[in-house]
Structures are given as structure tokens and as C-alpha cells.
Ligand binder design. Structure first.
Ligand code: ARG
Length: 456
């Protein structure tokens, strides 16, 4: 067995099976990335005359066959071979013989694995950015559709001021746009070629690193071989982008769960995105939202995990870093399906617009607008606040809404009130918030269009 290993020379005994199992990584599925990296490396070695051109050609052709074997599911995993890098090399050797031994010239698994992970994260960033864009577009549609549909806006889960449903949904659109930008930004920093760094110190061969970078679609080459092999910032950044995205979806989920309750009654869940109870026949639960909220725990765990793995590591590569793949996969496995299902579920929700509108005018939600009314007549805001506070107390004791109080109650509190104060409505309050970024239907439409443009 020792002879199959890529580092067998200095070892006499075979590896204990427990050690094999314990040290195995999570890279089995990464054969396509590994082979692509090896092909580019071999081509460059051949072109630079570091290995004979004929061997380079044989290696590239052989890697093509190995790729085909993986694609056709013809490869059996051999635990004693440790990881995907050694598997590919060993399979190549079976195809082309001794020339396979030249592939690892001027390369270490330390720069090779960093390359692999960067390719995986780069791809995951693209997928996540696209999935966020799809979700944002759905939210833009809904934002426009509901640009003038009123609902109560809350702070502290207390009714605060009327807003539009479109405005509320577009708030999430803004969060997801920032998430998308985080993924794209992470991609940019990830997209630096580490190959050529060797184990940690660089390489004594005349490598053309730029050529490899071009072939593999990397924007730049690393400047420091130690950093390039030891760095996993890009994993932490990816996990952070995933965790923040999942936290945003978790907040949206919390809204959906509340809105779907009988107490709110704002939303009816589509059957396709809800589940029932095995005991209570009447139940229809917002399980998708609940699971998305629950899985934010997992997404956050991946971020904490990679940072913890990195925090005590001395320079340069340490085997601890092999754990990084678990975090990349774990974070993607939470966030990607979540983005997808939310893009499908949101347009399928039925918003109970009448109920939302009715609720938007309750709970003295126009109190601030009445204070603003007095301010516009010249009263300092603090005094206006005080007067309307008393008005609210009055309405509370009479168990009615503010606009149900007789005008006499208003005029008794301030001579600035005229009958038109009773004309303040939810719609006038909405239309009044006509500042950029405000909830006025006109502004909501402008914001939806701008968000759509920002997604591209
Ligand atoms: N499987 C390892 C990883 O994923 C790559 C090998 C690192 N090098 C070493 N000498 N063990 O990080």
C-alpha cells in the first residue's frame, strides 16, 4: 500500500485504517476541478520545457481519460489514496505509466488544494450571486405590484406607521442586493491563482504562472507563496456572505410566520409551500420559512467554524485547513436551496390585502401624521408630540381610533387644529412620505426600478 501513496518513500509501515479514515477529506466530488488545474499545470510545464513536451501531451490526454472515467462513474474510491489529488495522479499513472510522475513537478498539494478550493468558492459565489439576483427580481415584481397596498409598519412589533407592502418587501430586496454584492466581492478576492507557490516557499522552476492563471480564469497570481498556501480568508468571506444572507432570509421568514398566523392574517400560504400537522387536521404550517430560519443556525456555525479553525494556525499550511471544504459545502448547502425556494415561494403567497389595509389604520398609526400636521402649522415638533399623545390617551379611554374622536376633542387640545385634520388617512400618510427612500407609492416604484437596474 505504501507504494501507492505519493509520499511513501520515507515510510516503512502502512497507514493504520483508523488514520486513513480520520484523515480523509471531503474532496471526493472535486475531480473536475482537480483535473482542470492539473491540465493547465501540465500544459505550462510542457511549454516551459520543465518536463518533456511529449510527457506533457501524454499527461493531458491521460487526464482527459481520467475525467471521462469520473464522469461515467467508473472510478472506485480507494481510501488508502487519501485525497482527490492523489486519486487523480494514481488513475493517471494507470493510464500512461511513468510519465504521470512528472505531473507533480513544481507543485505541492498545498498550492494544489488552495487552487481547488478557490475554484470551488468562485463557482459557489457565482451560483449564489445568480440565485440572489433571481430572488431580488421576484421581490422587485412584488414591490411594484404592491407599491400602493397599505399595511401596518412595525417597530418593536408594535404598530408604528402605515407603510406599503411593496416597501416592506423591497426592504428585503435591498438586503439581498448587498448579499449579492458580497458574493461578487468575495469572488474577486478568491480569484487569485495560488499555483506556483509550492508547499510554502515558491518553486525553483521557471514557471509561467500567468499562463496558468489565464487558462483557469484567474484574474491575478498570488504575491506571497506562504500566504497563498496558508490563506483561507476566501472561505471565511464566503461563509460570512452565506451567513448574512441566511440571516436576512431568517428575518423574512419570521415575518412570513407571523403574517401567516390567525392573529395577523396577512398572508395565506400556498399549499405547495406549506405542510400540515399529523394530529391537528386544521393546521397549515409555514415550515419552509421555519426551516430557513432554523438553518440560519447552521449557516452561522459554518462561519464560526472556519474562523475557529484558522485562528490558531501558525504559518504556513497546516492540515487543519483540510476542514475548509466542510465549511464551504456546509454553507452552500444551506444558502443555495434557501435562495431558490424563496424565489419560488414568494410569488405564490396570497397577501390578504384588505386585512392588511384595515390593520394599517388601526392602533393610532396616524398619530405621527397628526403631529406633523401641527408642525406644518408652526408648532415645534416636541409640543406637537405632547398634544397628540394626549389625543391618543383620550382615544384609548374612549376605546376608539383617533379619527373617530369628535373634532371638539382636537380643538380643545390645540387651536391649530382645523376640521381637515380628520381628512388624514392611511393613503394621505403614505403619499406624504414622498422623500427618496420613503414609503410613498411613487417612491416605492422608483426604488423598485432602481433595485432592478442594480441587479442587472
Ligand atoms: N487533502 C489536503 C487538504 O485538503 C491536501 C494535502 C495537503 N498536504 C499535505 N501534506 N497533507 O488540505
Amino acid at each position: 500500500m505504501a507504494e501507492q501513496r505519493t509520499w511513501g518513500g520515507r515510510f516503512e509501515g502502512g497507514m493504520d485504517e483508523l488514520t486513513q479514515e480520520y484523515t480523509a477529506g471531503m474532496d471526493r466530488d472535486l475531480w473536475a476541478h482537480d483535473i482542470a488545474g492539473s491540465v493547465a499545470h501540465a500544459r505550462m510545464l510542457g511549454k516551459q520545457g520543465i518536463i518533456p513536451a511529449a510527457d506533457a501531451e501524454a499527461i493531458i490526454a491521460g487526464l482527459g481519460e481520467v475525467l471521462a472515467d469520473f464522469q461515467a462513474g467508473r472510478v472506485t474510491w480507494q481510501p488508502e489514496l487519501e485525497d482527490i489529488h492523489t486519486h487523480v495522479e494514481s488513475l493517471l499513472r494507470a493510464k500512461i505509466g511513468a510519465a504521470a510522475g512528472r505531473l507533480h513537478t513544481a507543485r505541492s498539494r498545498n498550492d494544489q488544494v488552495s487552487l481547488l478550493n478557490r475554484m470551488v468558492v468562485r463557482e459557489a459565489c457565482d451560483i449564489a450571486a445568480e440565485a440572489s439576483a433571481a430572488l431580488i427580481r421576484v421581490i422587485c415584481d412584488l414591490g411594484e405590484k404592491h407599491a400602493s397596498d397599505a399595511m401596518p409598519g412595525y417597530t418593536h412589533v408594535q404598530r408604528a406607521q402605515p407603510i406599503t407592502l411593496g416597501h416592506h418587501l423591497l426592504a428585503y430586496g435591498e438586503m439581498f442586493l448587498r448579499d449579492r454584492e458580497r458574493f461578487l466581492d468575495c469572488r474577486r478576492r478568491t480569484n487569485v491563482l495560488p499555483l506556483g507557490s509550492g508547499a510554502l516557499a515558491g518553486s525553483p522552476y521557471p514557471l509561467d504562472r500567468e499562463m496558468v492563471a489565464r487558462e483557469l480564469g484567474f484574474e491575478a497570481i498570488s504575491r506571497n507563496s506562504m500566504d497563498a498556501t496558508a490563506d483561507r480568508d476566501f472561505v471565511a468571506e464566503f461563509a460570512a456572505a452565506c451567513a448574512i444572507t441566511q440571516v436576512h432570509i431568517s428575518r423574512l421568514s419570521e415575518d412570513i410566520v407571523l403574517w401567516a398566523s390567525a392573529e395577523y392574517g396577512f398572508v395565506t400560504l400556498p399549499d405547495g409551500f406549506a405542510t400540515g400537522s399529523s394530529i391537528m387536521p386544521q393546521k397549515k404550517n409555514a415550515d419552509v420559512a421555519e426551516l430557513a430560519r432554523g438553518r440560519s443556525g447552521r449557516a452561522i456555525a459554518e462561519l464560526v467554524g472556519i474562523l475557529t479553525t484558522m485562528k490558531g494556525l501558525p504559518m504556513a499550511y497546516d492540515r487543519d485547513l483540510q476542514e475548509d471544504k466542510a465549511y464551504i459545502l456546509g454553507a452552500s448547502n444551506v444558502v443555495l436551496p434557501t435562495l431558490r425556494i424563496f424565489a419560488a415561494m414568494l410569488p405564490a403567497l396570497t397577501f390578504n390585502l384588505d386585512r392588511m389595509r384595515a390593520a394599517s389604520g388601526q392602533g393610532f398609526s396616524l398619530a405621527t401624521d397628526i403631529a406633523d400636521y401641527l408642525v406644518k402649522k408652526g408648532l415645534p415638533f416636541r409640543e406637537a408630540h405632547e398634544i397628540v399623545g394626549r389625543l391618543v390617551r383620550e382615544a384609548e379611554s374612549q376605546r376608539c381610533e383617533l379619527n373617530e374622536l369628535p373634532f371638539a376633542t382636537y380643538s380643545a387640545l390645540s387651536p391649530l387644529f382645523a376640521e381637515d385634520v380628520l381628512a388624514i388617512t392611511v393613503d394621505s400618510a403614505l403619499a406624504d412620505r414622498d422623500v427618496p427612500g420613503g414609503t410613498a407609492p411613487k417612491q416605492v416604484r422608483v426604488a423598485a426600478a432602481a433595485l432592478r437596474a442594480a441587479v442587472g
